[in-house]
Design a protein around this ligand. Structure first.
Ligand code: GAR
Length: 190
């Protein structure tokens, strides 16, 4: 099984969906480390309670290269072969992306290439879109810009707010991420 590390910043519900899927006997990956830039992220406590190794590193009061090299060291020490970003709300440097080239994936709450960045649901509503959704993509130096590996679509209803839409899209994220991860990681070279 390939060794997966997951980076989170908060709730960690997508991380939990990846962990839960990894319990299937035929799953091609195992989650060996959950790391966060927020030491009190609820997702970290959840992962710990599941017996998964965790790593918390606040970036505060240190240069970004040092922060990232600590994360990098923790990932490598755990034997991580691929990284999943799951609500990790910090931009990775070009240098970090280059060191893990083609081995980082992210889930983003929009139908990319639409609505890169933040406030995706409010922007989809403001544009009067018929659909919203989520995308899993390879992480490159371009924000939310790498190859799209899979998407799921949700119909926007007249009464939707950013919150109700986020909730429905999140349910799709929880199905999409493990499914795409499973297919992608199988073909990833060791
Ligand atoms: C998810 O909706 C994810 O797609 C989004 O943050 C939420 C995290 O929830 N990610 C981004 O906006 C990335 N820029 P979770 O912590 O419960 O997985």
């Amino acid at each position: 099984r390939k060794k997966l590390g997951i980076l989170i910043s908060g709730r960690g519900s997508n991380m939990a969906s990846l962990v839960e899927a990894s319990r299937a006997a035929e799953c091609p990956y195992e989650v060996v480390l959950v790391a966060s830039d927020q030491p009190d992220a609820p997702g970290l406590a959840w992962a710990e309670a599941q017996g998964i190794a965790t790593f918390a590193q606040s970036p505060r009061g240190m240069p970004k290269p040092e922060y990232e090299s600590r994360i990098d060291a923790a990932l490598r020490e755990a034997g991580v072969e691929a990284i999943a970003l799951a609500g990790y709300m910090r931009l990775l440097s070009d240098d970090f992306v280059a060191r893990w080239r083609g081995r980082i994936v992210n889930i983003h709450p929009s139908l990319l290439p639409k609505y890169k960045g933040l406030d995706t649901h409010a922007r989809a509503l403001a544009m009067g879109d018929a659909d919203a959704g989520c995308s899993v993509h390879i992480v490159t130096e371009e924000l939310d810009g790498g190859e799209i590996l899979g998407q799921a679509t949700v119909r926007i209803e007249a009464r939707d707010t950013a919150e109700t839409l986020a909730e429905r899209v999140l349910r799709e994220e929880h199905r999409l991420y493990p499914r795409v991860m499973t297919e992608w990681i199988k073909q990833l070279p060791r």
